[in-house]
Design a protein around this ligand. Structure first.
Ligand code: ZN
Length: 355
């Protein structure tokens, strides 16, 4: 059985290749890259070299799509259909052509039905049975990430490239492809050190606003990752508070100089209760609505809100959940504030005097 797996340097096709290597090792599983002369070709070629080494074959000289690709999102109409047909140039005896399609793909020529039509066409014109498939039609990107992790390919997976940014970088952290990857990675609990946080909040908000329009799996993945991102923000600042992170104190103060910075304690200030130092107790805390209203107003007015708490770093998740639940806005949380009986400070105000 001769199976040609079309690879692009992206996550899905990399996983498809390893899927067949694992489940159909007796077949000839041949990775093929098609050079379509688009703006991402150089970046992709470099990536496939890293991912597949000498085993990847390249088909060139058939297409020049440089005039036809979308300037920002790499979309080329019917590309998969053209690619499937062109495999026969290089592999006239191929039995199966694989392209990485997921259950949340909804492009015209990337769906189970479209693949079936390609199959019929190829079978008809070649006079023998040719299959066109994806092993992941019933899975989303998170499943693909999990599969690669389970196969011990996590490190190589981080080298795959899905970015639409026409720079040399494999990651821009701003484009739609990077966003989908960001969501899938976070939802599968994979941290990519090259992509610490998704920078394009406008795009992220656009996805979130349209979440009801997405298939359940895609919506779930985005929502989960978004929830996670709140924790991630808190974690970032937690690192800052513990290690100084990338800021020097001077830079940090400079970055805040135009805003008024207000620090709020959590227990006893934003919450009524102060007893019970475990996640269950933290989640059950009663909000001090008057104080939370003040926080919201300061936040809205463009000021910086820091939450400064003696809770432990491990409580970051439950803390963020409670804050989300009661819609407390903030920019940073700093954990591990020391325990004290009396706090002497020239700028401190007691919660009861404050509001
Ligand atoms: Zn990108």
């Amino acid at each position: 059985m001769e199976r040609v797996i079309l690879v692009s340097g992206g996550l899905d096709s990399f996983a498809a290749y390893h899927y067949y290597k694992k489940y159909s090792p007796e077949d000839e599983n041949l990775p093929l890259y098609i050079d379509y002369k688009g703006m991402y070709v150089e970046k992709e070629k470099e990536t496939i070299k890293d991912l597949f080494g000498e085993s990847v074959d390249v088909l060139s000289g058939v297409f020049d799509f440089s005039e036809h690709e979308h300037p920002t999102n790499a979309f080329i109409p019917n590309r998969n259909a053209f690619f499937a047909l062109s495999v026969l140039f290089k592999y006239p005896d191929v039995n199966e052509i694989v392209m990485g399609g997921l259950n949340d793909d909804n492009v015209g020529d990337k769906s189970p039905d479209a693949f079936l039509r390609m199959e019929e066409l190829l079978t008809e014109i070649s006079g023998r049975r040719i299959y066109v498939t994806s092993p992941f039609w019933n899975h989303n990107k998170k499943d693909v990430v999990k599969f690669l992790v389970e196969e011990g390919l996590e490190e190589q997976m981080l080298d795959t490239c899905s970015c639409y940014h026409p720079s040399e970088e494999r990651w821009c952290g701003e484009c739609p492809a990077c966003f989908r990857r960001f969501c899938a990675f976070l939802d599968a609990s994979v941290i990519d050190p090259k992509m610490p946080f998704f920078k394009n909040t406008a795009l992220m908000n656009q996805y979130l606003a349209n979440i009801d329009d997405y298939d359940e799996d895609r919506a779930y993945t985005i929502e989960e990752a978004y929830n996670y991102s709140h924790r991630k923000i808190a974690q970032t600042f937690l690192n800052y508070s513990m290690k100084g992170n990338t800021y020097t104190n001077e830079e940090y103060v400079k970055s805040c100089k135009d805003e008024k910075v207000l620090a709020f304690d959590i227990d006893g200030t934003l919450t009524e209760e102060v007893e019970g130092f475990n996640p269950e107790a933290y989640l059950e805390r009663t909000p001090v609505k008057k104080m939370i209203k003040e926080v919201r107003q300061f936040y809205k007015g463009g000021n910086k809100i820091i939450l400064f708490t003696s809770r432990k770093c491990v409580d970051v998740e439950v803390t963020c959940r409670w804050l989300d639940l009661w819609e407390v806005p903030y920019h940073e949380i700093i954990f591990e504030k020391p325990h004290y009986d009396l706090f002497i400070d020239d700028k401190a105000k007691s919660a009861t005097d404050f509001c």
